[in-house]
Design a protein around this ligand. Structure first.
Ligand code: ATP
Ligand SMILES: Nc1nc2c(ncn2[C@@H]2O[C@H](COP(=O)(O)O)[C@@H](O)[C@H]2O)c(=O)[nH]1
Length: 305
């Protein structure tokens, strides 16, 4: 042990260690800010990490430091934004309450969409079983040809009327394994403990590169995976008007056995609690109205396209 340390009294050693830790923490926070300012890291990704781990460099970042690292947000604008969001400038990201997190995330997602990020180009529509995701997505396919709908790969068998390459790419387990191993899927999940479903990466990346809007209609696990892979994506949670209406839709669809319906409803209860992880909520009272709300989120607010 070096002489200097041996001679230090315990409080002095503590002070040296604390000051080193403070310098390291300050450097880590500065690195986060610099990566956002340089456009290397999405602000939404920073928020995700901060909300998952309050003690991380991201979680220790003050909201003002965070906002001012976003290009075109200065100190004055940041103060005004925080006043609107009812968040104290002294708060750290990891110390925000549930509603404050939600308001800040919605603000940042809207800011990215309005300032040229991919947020308005890649929109994920997710929600519990039978809420109407497929119905709303089909409506968008029919009425909004400008929106590209991603076609998923699945190991389930085609239902009557489903068309290969339009409804899904129907593949066997070996082919699905190959798609995973070769990195050709942006995300994949086993849905309802039954079949595997995944989003082919190539068409999504090509559409975004071409400036098109892409809609992914996938389950909640898939939405979380897309957020990890592409933090700028806009996540939309489709909600039923009421729980009873969700049950009515599931039972009324008549495609699952009563036992399977029960299992899906148990999962739906858990999934509904994930709504706070999403950037926007749309209540599916009426299909055209819900579809319009989703499509509106895909359009830039400033007429960029
Ligand atoms: N706004 C609405 N009003 C009334 N019924 C609706 C509405 N939207 C969808 N439905 C009906 O609810 C049922 C479930 O819809 P859909 O199959 O699109 O759900 P989903 O979310 O894709 O389900 P899953 O995840 O289980 O595949 C269907 O019978 C559909 O016709
Ligand atoms: N994670 C993913 N989930 C997907 C994908 N494509 C569809 N889905 C979800 O699966 C269920 C069941 O669909 P169904 O057509 O068999 O009724 C539904 O919740 C879809 O949203 C995907 O690529 N990834």
């Amino acid at each position: 042990m070096p002489e200097s340390v041996k001679r230090s009294t315990p409080p002095e050693v503590d002070r040296v260690a604390a000051s080193r830790a403070a310098v390291a923490a300050r450097r880590a926070r500065a690195a986060v800010k610099a990566s956002v300012a340089a456009g290397e890291r999405s602000p939404l990704d920073v928020l995700r990490v901060a909300f998952e781990d309050a003690e991380s460099a991201e979680g220790r970042l003050r909201v003002t430091e965070f906002l001012t690292s976003i290009p075109a947000i200065g100190v004055t604008k940041s103060a005004r934004i925080l006043e609107d969001l009812e968040i104290s400038t002294a708060k750290r990201l990891g110390g925000l309450g549930r509603l404050q997190r939600r308001r800040l995330r919605e603000f940042v997602a809207a800011w990215i969409a309005a300032h040229g990020g991919t947020g308005d180009r890649l929109v994920v529509l997710a929600g519990p079983t039978a809420v109407g995701k497929g119905t709303v997505a089909s409506y968008i396919r029919r009425h909004h040809p400008e929106v590209r709908l991603s076609v998923s790969a699945t190991t389930r068998s085609p239902r009557p009327g489903e068309v290969e390459g339009e409804s899904y790419y129907f593949v066997d387990d070996a082919e699905f394994d190959r798609l995973i191993d070769s990195g050709e899927l942006l995300e994949w999940a086993t849905v309802h403990n039954a079949n595997r479903y995944g989003t082919p990466r190539g068409p999504v990346e090509a559409a975004i590169a071409a400036g098109d809007s892409v809609l992914l209609e996938i389950d909640i696990q898939g939405a979380r995976a897309v957020r990890r892979a592409m933090p700028e994506a806009t996540l939309v949670f489709l909600l039923p008007p009421t729980w009873d209406e969700l049950v009515r839709r599931l039972v009324g669809r008549g495609t699952e056995s009563p036992a399977e319906q029960q299992r899906r409803l148990e999962t739906a209860k858990v999934e509904l609690a994930a709504v706070d992880e999403f950037d926007h909520e749309v209540v599916n009272h009426d299909v055209p109205e819900a579809a319009q709300k989703v499509v509106d989120l895909m359009r830039p607010r400033s007429g960029r396209r």
